[in-house]
Design a protein around this ligand. Sequence first.
Ligand code: PMP
Length: 286
Amino acid sequence: MNKMIFLNGQFVSQDKALVSIKDRGFQLGDGIYEVIRCYKGRAFSLNEHIDRLLKSAEAIRLELPYSRNDLIEYVKELLVGVTWDYADIYIQATRGVAPRTHEFPAAKVNPTVVMYVSQSHGVPERTREKGITAIIVPDTRGTICNIKSINILPNVLAKQAAVEAGADEALFEREGVGVVEGASSNIFAVQEGVLSTGPLSPYTLPGVTRDCVLQLARSQGLPTELRFHSRKELIAASEVFITSTSKEVLAVTSLAGHKIGDGRPGPITLKLAKDYRALVERECGL
Ligand code: PMP
């Protein structure tokens, strides 16, 4: 099994994959990342993830030393010999190693770019059938949530709050806007047969899965709307689900202590989850 790690242009073993304590990612959270789900060693939506990584880099004015094609080739190289049912490729790029200053380094420094693959697991069937529980927490983040930055302390704290409350996900509620997204997921609701999710905005990550699901829904003629929901609307919705690279399409059946619909995953959620899985299987040749 390939246990090599891509670090700054080279494939090295884990014990050699070392980054300086002066790395701006470590000291300042000055970096971006991406997570790509792989099924039996095949990356799903690879182009979309690489495109988002490039957009995140551009948004923080980080010049990556690799082209789009280089990045794709490195990912493929990492996947050689990988046969796990589920794996994740993690990519992180930071503004590099430099004396600690808040502003960009005075001298030109090379970004630190790391990529590795690790074994992962799908959502257990029992969880898919039951749906998950979510809490709602205040959104303490800023207005660059569209950038997939490594600065995710509010998400870490929100997820921990969910765990401590015995829940699976925490949804961020932003004053004056609504419940915008999960700590690591986008949110969808179904009300009177209309599927809705938040628009692209500074308050949400443009989820790759969100986009796939919207395309699937539209191709089936399901009415869709882009808007945020209030807490009350979500609780009263007939179906609520989250989307993410690792959770795919997953029903929320209990939200902030309230049962959603009849407390079981609804028909539109189940259909989209199934169609999404079919898309994965087609693209990954499973
Ligand atoms: N929002 C946040 C805050 C996330 O961390 C994630 C997971 N990457 C998502 C949404 C879902 O994005 P994707 O479907 O691309 O995994």
